[in-house]
Design a protein around this ligand. Structure first.
Ligand code: PSZ
Length: 479
């Protein structure tokens, strides 16, 4: 039966495919594969195994000049469109990982191509300034129409940076400068087990997702609190989860007191709204509100790392908006989908002298120009609402697959399209990712055994159905 279906699938369009399905044999979706983003493709198209021969050849060449063993395959970005990533062997894959969650509105979006083609923008793309000392005339205007237009509640100040790690690194320094007691005491930043905040030296002291990241690297003695390990679906385990969260919050306070006594005063707490690299670990909005209260009570800064969660994929522009804090966070870092790194902060965290938070480029005005257009597209196409809707289809479908294949899928969870599930172990997880890739779907792993979804904001309901159909077939055949 599976063979017959597979053979038929090769010969027909996705619309035809859906009509040929036998009820009960796979996930049934009524959604038409409507293409609503200019130049999005309508389905995956596979020509070789991935990586194919051309990718393998290029991997060999690259490996001569660097360790290229992490490379999955080489890409053809000219041919990649919308939700589809095309590789150098001509394979076209539905990309649900989007360059580690960093593509906001799909590949080669026509609105961005237009920005690049306008003659008045050429200078911005070819003259990269040292922004801290010689910004262009339109710099303030650019920031207003891009980043400042999405400034989180309570944060009027903005500093741009190159990447997520240097944003966190400089946010830590901003916190230390804000706290400023004479004599440069040995301050610390509290982070959570399973957190990922970057790989630079300072950030690495707060990153605890995989031991390989830290092995061989000297670090600070900074406190690490347990992050809640919740049961899903959250609605079904409210009581147990509350207890687990209370345990972790108690530990946070104990650590703050302990480190103060050790003369390593905790001056800031950094947290991801959803721990991403560490395995897509969620906590309730109430947990974060209480964590905010604890930081306030002990005089520590509250820093939210929205490098991976920011930019709209959870259904709100910033994931921490879901918490509805009375007392806003003090600082918030971003990068990835925002196209430039940086952080917002409250006025009281403003450095007291020039050149204190500084480097050569301090971001890139060309990225602000593109981001302004990305934000226009998000508004024009209502992409936050889309993330909530497409996410609901994805999550509902995953719950259905979990009910049918509990031996392979557990702990389905998500907010917006920021969804994930657990597999039995790392080897099954990695196998499923490879099989999916050869069937034309790019997925990512996180934690020890989770599979995560990080599609772009132009991921629609019909893309979710398309994925669910393909994945349902994979699970039906999986041994
Ligand atoms: O292996 C790696 O270095 C990866 S894989 C995914 C990331 C890094 N994410 C980057 C990241 C993040 O997810 C959060 C929540 N905070 C900070 C960072 C660091 O950002 P970059 O990679 O831009 O330095």
């Amino acid at each position: 039966m599976a063979f017959v279906l597979a053979a038929r699938q090769l010969a027909c369009s996705p619309q035809q495919k859906l009509r040929l399905l036998v009820p009960g044999s796979r996930y049934i979706s009524q959604a038409a594969a409507k293409v609503d983003v200019e130049f999005d493709y309508d389905a995956p198209l596979m020509k070789t195994e991935v990586p194919g021969p051309r990718s393998r050849e290029l991997m060999k060449q690259l490996n001569i000049i660097q360790n290229a063993e992490a490379v999955h395959f080489f890409c053809n970005y000219e041919e990649s469109r919308g939700n589809y990533l095309v590789d150098v062997d001509g394979n076209r894959m539905l990309d649900l990982y989007s360059q580690i969650s960093s593509v906001p509105i799909g590949y080669s979006h026509p609105a961005l191509v237009k920005v690049l083609q306008q003659p008045q923008n050429v200078s911005t793309f070819i003259n990269r300034p040292a922004l801290g000392i010689l910004p262009p005339e339109n710099f303030v205007e650019r920031l207003q129409e891009s980043l400042m237009s999405v400034a989180p509640k309570g944060m009027s100040q903005l500093i741009t940076m190159a990447c997520g790690s240097c944003s966190n690194e400089n946010a830590f320094k901003t916190i230390f400068m804000w706290y400023r007691a004479p004599g440069c005491p040995d301050y610390s930043i509290l982070s959570f087990m399973g957190a990922f905040h970057g790989r630079t030296l300072g950030c690495l002291a707060t990153t605890h997702s995989k031991s390989i990241h830290k092995i061989d690297i000297p670090s600070f003695d900074w406190p690490i609190a347990p992050f809640p390990r919740l049961k899903y679906p959250l609605e079904e385990f409210v009581k147990e989860n509350q207890q687990e969260e209370a345990r972790c919050l108690e530990e946070v306070e104990d650590l703050i007191v302990k480190y103060r006594k050790k003369k390593k005063t905790v001056v800031g707490v950094i947290v991801e709204p959803i721990q991403s690299e560490g395995g897509d670990n969620h906590a309730s909005d109430d947990f974060f509100r209480k964590l905010r209260d604890i930081t306030r009570k002990h005089g520590c800064a509250f820093l939210v790392d929205e490098v991976q969660t920011g930019g709209g994929c959870t259904g709100k522009f910033w994931a921490h908006e879901h918490w509805d804090l009375d007392d806003p966070a003090d600082l918030m870092t971003f990068s990835k989908k925002m196209m430039t790194g940086g952080f917002f902060h409250k006025e009281e965290f403003r450095p007291n002298a020039p050149y204190r938070i500084f480097n050569t480029w301090l971001g890139d005005p060309a990225k602000n120009l593109l981001l302004a257009e990305v934000i226009n597209v998000i508004k024009r196409e209502d992409l936050l609402d889309n993330a909530a809707r497409a996410g609901k289809v994805l999550l509902t479908g995953l719950l259905d697959l979990q009910a049918r294949y509990p031996q392979f899928i557990s702990r389905v969870r998500g907010r917006g399209t920021f969804c994930s599930f657990d597999t039995p172990d790392e080897s099954v997880r990695n196998k499923l990712i490879l099989i999916a890739r050869n069937k034309g779907v790019v997925l990512g792993g996180c934690g020890d055994k989770s599979i995560r979804f990080r599609p772009m904001l132009v991921f629609r309901e019909h893309h979710a159905h398309l994925f669910l159909n393909i994945f349902s077939d994979i699970l039906a055949d999986f041994k």
